[in-house]
Design a protein around this ligand. Structure first.
Ligand code: NAP
Length: 496
């Protein structure tokens, strides 16, 4: 099945932090792939902005090298690469000063304070640290670039606690309406995440079973094999709770647990997600396990311990966390949700497992064993969905039962041959241009997530909790297994 390409309106996109890692590795390659797919209008224009004193030519050379590295298949089309680069502009400016701002106004075709001055969609992507969000918002306003239709995109981290997230929301709200602010969580741009909603709300099959009467528990795992290289300072100040649970895993939890929205509309979806976060119980100290990876001495993949990696011999920041939480509402009362994420684990794997209850009575007798259905939603790699069902083992010899997977790997089932499925940033960038906020976090959602997270962090800080060491390349600390075993359950394996 080949996906339909619907071109987006012409746009003018300014990427603050246009020379940075995220812009070069993710945002601009995503735009290039959408350009190659034929999704751009010919009047669309992209401007990189940063302090570095670069000419347009040297900026294009920088981006060309990035595209060859991060979008290698597409970059083989030299004609497309040349045309795309010809749409790129660069302005040197300081987000905290005034240098370069008038130049930016000229490059985007003037100010935006009166309606109808430019028929292109106007987007400013804040691909910079959060300390620059306020100065950028204020200058966009001061230099007449913040029109009523202007959109801004802001990257994570959105604060490091409730107080700082509130302050950021207030700063942005001073210059932009909530309908103009797109807070990115790239997990929401993944194909499977949207498919989760399609599976839940597009089929009659699952929704009647989607509650504590039929679901035993839910596991959400985001496992990484990489360490913290290149992000040491940021990561040691954040840890897995702030870096992953508060945003990515929380968003997945919301989508899996929310009530059906009345329609697939940004505020209807986000209202339902917010209700889930607000219904989360506080997490008990004995329902949390924190870990730090140990050094690996295997010459093939040797690396220092977490503390060695961040060069902080006494660091108590967690590179792993597993926790159990509950949602106090009618649908989910009594069904535990287990969340875990970590670095230097045995495989790179993001998966949601919905484990259904055993059949109430086995007509096949004790020897048939216990069989529970499992719906496994893989986000990466190999995005897809597997439903484990129980059937009779083929052959003579009585009624033996066996579990078999009904598997749908999206790349095989839906992808046009030879093409990679669209990256999350491709989808999210096109949604910004279309003005669709469904897959972006609203300010109150972010604040509610911090309200739940802050007491957990405050709890382990006041207890002087020290993370448990775990073997690099394992599934995490033993205590995480015990967390499950105490409940008579076990984690699903971490497999690529
Ligand atoms: P980075 O590589 O350090 O890039 C920062 C960018 O900001 C550079 O282009 C830098 O260029 C520009 N900049 C810094 N100070 C400036 C100023 N005063 N005025 C104008 N431009 C300025 O950071 P990054 O990795 O791209 O990350 C950007 C943001 O995205 C951060 O908030 C990060 O947490 C978030 N994020 C990154 C990733 C990732 O994979 N990299 C993933 C998720 C979220 P000059 O030095 O030339 O000014």
């Amino acid at each position: 099945m080949v996906s339909r390409i619907i071109p987006v309106d012409p746009f003018n996109l300014v990427i603050f932090g246009g020379t940075g890692d995220l812009a070069r590795r993710k945002i601009i390659p995503a735009l290039f792939r959408r350009y190659c797919a034929g999704q751009f209008h010919s009047k669309s224009h992209i401007v990189g902005a940063a302090r570095s004193d670069l000419t347009i030519e040297s900026y294009r050379r920088l981006i060309e090298a990035s595209l060859r590295e991060h979008a290698p298949k597409r970059a083989q089309d030299e004609e497309a690469l040349k045309e795309f680069l010809s749409r790129l502009d660069y302005v040197s400016l300081d987000a905290k000063g005034t240098a370069g701002w008038n130049d930016l106004v000229d490059r985007v075709g003037g100010t935006r304070t009166e309606p109808g001055q430019d028929d292109r969609v106007s987007v400013f992507y804040f691909s910079v640290g959060p300390d620059l969000f306020g100065p950028l918002a204020e200058r966009l306003h001061r230099f007449g670039l913040a029109g009523a239709d202007t959109r801004i995109v802001v990257e994570k981290p959105f604060g490091r606690d409730l107080e700082s997230a509130r302050a950021l929301n207030v700063t942005l709200a001073a210059h932009f309406d909530e309908s103009q602010i797109y807070r990115i969580d790239h997990y929401l741009g993944k194909e499977t995440v949207q498919n989760l909603m399609a599976v839940r709300f597009g089929n009659m099959l699952f929704e009647p079973l989607w509650n504590s009467q039929y679901v035993d528990h839910i596991q959400i795992t985001v496992a990484e094999t990489v360490g913290v290289s290149g992000r040491e300072e940021y990561y040691d100040a954040a840890g897995a709770m702030r870096d992953m649970i508060q945003n990515h895993l929380m968003q997945l939890l919301c989508l899996i647990a929310m009530e059906p929205p009345a329609k697939f509309d940004p505020d209807a979806v986000r209202d339902e997600k917010l209700k889930v976060i607000r219904a989360l119980d506080p997490v008990m100290p004995h329902h949390i396990v924190r870990g730090q990876f140990e050094a690996c001495l295997d010459p093939e993949r040797a690396h220092p311990s977490y503390r060695g990696s961040v060069n902080q011999p006494r660091s108590t920041t967690e590179s792993y966390i597993a926790l159990r939480t509950h949602i106090s509402n009618w649908r989910w009362a009594g069904t535990p949700f287990y969340l875990r994420t970590g670095k230097r684990l045995k495989a790179r794997s993001s998966v949601i497992n919905v484990i259904f209850k055993d059949a109430p009575h086995s007509i096949f007798g004790e020897e048939a064993g216990r069989h529970a259905n499992l719906l496994s939603i893989r986000l990466q790699p190999n995005e897809g969905i597997t439903l484990k069902v129980t059937i009779k083992e083929p052959g003579p010899g009585g009624m033996r039962l066996v579990d078999v997977p009904l598997d749908m790997t999206f790349a095989e089932a839906l992808g046009p041959s030879g093409e990679d499925p669209p990256d999350a940033y491709e989808r999210l960038m096109m949604d910004v241009i279309r003005g669709n906020q469904t897959l972006f976090m609203r300010g109150d959602e972010v604040e509610a997530a911090w309200s739940w997270t802050d007491p957990i962090i405050a709890g382990w800080t006041s207890r002087g909790d020290v993370p448990k060491p775990y073997v690099s390349g394992s599934a995490g600390p033993i205590d995480a297994d015990l967390l499950m075993q105490r409940d008579g359950r076990e984690w699903r394996g971490i497999t690529p």
